[in-house]
Design a protein around this ligand. Sequence first.
Ligand code: UDX
Length: 449
Amino acid sequence: MEMQGQRLVLVPCPYQGHINPMLQLGTFLHSKGFSITIVHTQFNSPSPSNHPEFTFIPIPDGLTVPLVSSGNIVAILLAINANCKSSFEQCLTTQVMEQEPEKKITCIIYDEFMYFSAAAANHLNIPSIILRTTSAANFLARSTVIELHSKGHIPFPESVSLDPVPQLHLLRFKDLPISTFDTLENFLRVVVNSHDVRRSSAIVCNTTVCLDQSSLAQIQEHCQVPIFCVGPLHKLNTAAPISSLLEEDTSCIEWLDKQSHKSVIYVSLGSVASIGEKELAEMTWGLANSKQPFLWVIRPGSINGSDWIELLPQEFREAIGERGFIVKWAPQREVLAHGAVGAFWTHCGWNSTLERISEGVPMICKPCFGDQKVHARHVSEVWRLGIELGDVFERGEIERAVRKVLVDNDGEEIRVRAKDMKEKIQVSMSSGGSTYNFLNKLVELIIRF
Ligand code: UDX
């Protein structure tokens, strides 16, 4: 094959929701004959043993312990981009000097938040491609935030939080993906830099046309480079190992095996979000009162003020008995594809959202921050594949929502639409479908470099 031996350097952003899609893209490109080198930070480094087919090269990231433990993602991203610029360029230069002529680095594919990569690639005259791990809908919303800020409309007063954002279909001001981890200025610095595509040849998005068509059309109007929608990436090679930063507890699969078809609600808030004591109490009693079986991922540290599940009331544990199963981290793809899982309570991180949509599982959305609010709104109001819970829970709201998506008649429309969307996504991935065609075009582009 023509591309045999061509080498690609991939630069993932060191968070679970970003590492997964980058390595999934790497697995696909490896299956097409490219050799793959992953250049990564020491912070949250992916595990090389899961991917013996890749070469892993760590670079110094200069992150301090206090910064990492602050959990301020915006500050961490700014520091990574400042600190890794020269270490990455040095690493690339060494790789280029040592490379065998038949194994030349053809292209650098970097996460949009690892924008330091573009300068080094340019400097060494290597073409680069950006991977966007979020939805087109969220990208469009972020662009709108930049625009509204430049016109002085952001920050916005509380009084407009429920007003619709003029340019964005069905989004309210409160749904805009503004991070509260750091100052607005620092957040915008990250966003503006990550949106700068001038030095790259193309953008690869982990989304699919059948979901994100209207947002995509608007983005394409102003975008100077081609966009390839190759998602859902996790579906390209379902046998590929996951690079989990936490250990997966597979005992939940045995528990799922004992549950009836489509009876279980799977609850997970992803790898970053956390909840307070009040929200925890509402969730516990909502789940208990719904009388439906549930599998709940409670990541250590994800309940503010406790190490793990110490704050779960004893009466709750007694009330649920065998009906509930709690784990620290689940093999999520396997869980969502399991026949017993009928619905997903999610924070609406983009990976979780795509994983669930691809399995035709309806959802309950309880977004925490950033893009999650955009996705929750799209799931409930645009794609209508689930229900979004309010900011403050009303009495009985959770149990009604759980029963609606799982069993009650008034949730039938949502369940049917979820199944239809799964089929549309399958079509997009098979021969002649949009994802299938974009993947072929991407491979052709890289070969031409
Ligand atoms: C973060 C942001 O929170 C999110 O808003 C953004 O879209 C991506 O980056 P995260 O919170 O981790 O992501 O959520 P998500 O995008 O859903 O990614 C989580 C990944 O971890 C998924 O691939 C999911 O399958 C996996 N996961 C989650 C597990 O493997 N086991 C679990 O128990 C929970």
